[in-house]
Design a protein around this ligand. Structure first.
Ligand code: ADP
Length: 479
């Protein structure tokens, strides 16, 4: 038991939502109760008197409006019965204009003789048109509210309206209220506890769930969907964390794919190098012709390895922001023509046909080396994936103030659903199952990175079976 208590005390967190909410609710309920107590108990008496005075003043106004009318007496009688008051109208010379003629009236006139005298004196002393006095009744806790108002001051002797009303003691009411407020205080404190407990549970439950999920994320279980519950703020947090978790999962998969692809791509040429080296050692070492051919394979594979490592390095440097582009005014026309010229040997030896449409001047603001790499990669791909006709078209044209470069072929094309993905690292369209020996699977990723660094638009249009057109647009240099 002792241990349990101790551990509960250790787990107690004074910064927890539960505790804080409870404290705020209790403070709120206590303040509310204090205000109520204060108002009811200290101000009730004053409040009651003020209310009474204002009601009597209003009534006096109504009576004074009726003064002179035929049903004046009726009206006054009705009001005095309704409000438990005594009304008397008298001239300053002592002529009684109105006084209740019934028994109650007579009783009242007898009751308020002293008060009448006091209020008359006060009216004469102050010289004001209306006064109200609270006169204590000796021997009781009750008071009398005495009100006087001049109805007519035109003639020599003025007509004055007197109203007397008993003010009952509020002590008994205050006592009842005190007991009632005691109950209300206890009930409201209990309710505050219950509501704060319920609310804090409702708010902290989804947060606790999010924390649990985040702990799983921390140990590498990416792709977790965070549940946010019903509150918008917590739901937003959960959605953001879900997004982060999915992004992490994507990055993780990409990283694993990358390692798998790189190791696969490295292993193939390495196996070839090893096998051919063994072949030279065991078989062709003495045969100069075979040895030369086998050594050539080794050299080619080493070149391929070199290419792969260079591409990987370049891509990772670009993606980590190490590589920047140094833009200057370059002539895209002559650059394209010089790149195409370097493919002459392919045209001569393997029958590729390079059609160009890039005569003229196409000044752009770009990094020459990087753009050279973009065009070379696109032309390389076109050579790799072109159709039987081995035709590749390279064109430059001006479009809406930009220079658009297009590299097209009549090859097998790319399926529409794969068009977006060809720019991803190591992505291979399903139509091109066998990776050509010269491809690293990084060419288009590098193209994308370079073009992004230039802020250039780029894209691909392709019809399966008919060919593809890869394009990019650079802003035309004005001067
Ligand atoms: P690689 O060509 O080394 O595989 P890339 O990044 O250059 O890598 O290209 C990615 C994929 O896009 C290729 O594997 C291929 O499936 C597809 N692709 C690229 N260019 C073309 C093209 N001109 N025609 C058809 N498919 C292409």
């Amino acid at each position: 038991m002792k241990l349990k208590l101790k551990s509960a005390f250790c787990n107690f967190d004074k910064n927890s939502i539960k505790f804080r909410l409870w404290v705020y609710f209790i403070i709120f309920a206590t303040l509310l109760m204090l205000v109520l107590w204060f108002l009811q108990i200290f101000f009730l008496n004053n409040y009651y008197q003020e209310m009474k005075i204002s009601a009597i003043t209003q009534l006096a106004q109504e009576i004074s409006d009726e003064y002179g009318s035929d049903d004046f007496s009726e009206k006054v009688l009705e009001e005095s019965a309704k409000n438990d008051i005594f009304i008397h109208v008298e001239n300053t010379d002592g002529t009684v204009i109105y006084t209740p003629s019934n028994d109650t009236g007579r009783r009242f006139s007898y009751m308020y003789v002293k008060e009448m005298g006091m209020v008359k004196n006060e009216l004469a002393k102050t010289g004001s048109k209306r006064i109200s006095l609270i006169i204590p009744e000796p021997g009781t806790e009750a008071n009398t509210l005495a009100y006087a108002r001049i109805l007519d001051d035109k003639a020599e002797s003025w007509t004055v309206l007197y109203i007397f009303s008993p003010l009952y003691p509020v002590t008994s009411t205050v006592d009842i209220l005190t007991v009632q407020l005691g109950y209300v205080t206890v009930i409201s404190l209990v309710l505050a506890c219950l509501i704060s407990f319920y609310l804090s549970r409702r708010i902290s439950k989804p947060i606790r769930k999010i924390t649990e999920n985040a702990e799983e994320l921390a140990v590498g279980n990416y792709g977790i969907i965070f549940q946010g519950g019903a509150y918008s703020e917590i739901k937003n947090l959960a959605d953001t964390l879900t997004y982060v978790s999915l992004q992490l999962e994507k990055a993780d998969t990409q990283q694993k794919d990358l390692i798998a692809n790189v190791s696969h791509d490295l292993r193939t040429p390495l196996t070839m190098v090893k096998s051919y080296a063994e072949m030279i050692r065991d078989l062709s070492g003495d045969n100069p012709e075979k040895r030369k051919a086998h050594l050539q394979v080794i050299i080619d594979e080493a070149d391929r390895l070199n290419l792969l490592v260079n591409d990987l390095l370049m891509l990772s440097r670009m993606q980590s922001g190490v590589v920047t582009v140094s833009k200057e005014r370059i002539e895209l026309g002559s650059l394209t023509r010089s790149i195409v010229a370097s493919y002459d040997i392919l045209a001569e030896q393997d029958g590729y046909v390079f059609e160009t449409d890039c005569d003229g001047e196409f000044p752009v603001f770009a990094d020459e080396q990087r753009i050279r790499q973009v065009i070379s990669n696109l032309v390389n791909n076109a050579v790799k994936y072109c159709g039987e006709d081995k035709k590749i078209r390279i064109s430059l044209k001006e479009k809406h103030g930009n220079i658009r470069c297009e590299v097209a072929d009549n090859g097998m094309g790319i399926a529409p659903e794969e068009l977006d993905r060809v720019w991803n690292r190591y992505y291979k369209a399903s139509t091109n199952h066998v990776r050509t020996t010269s491809g690293t699977g990084l060419g288009l990723s590098i193209v994308r990175e370079i073009l992004c660094l230039h802020g250039a638009e780029y894209g691909v249009e392709s019809t399966p079976g008919e060919g593809s057109t890869f394009w990019f647009e650079l802003e035309k240099c004005k001067q």
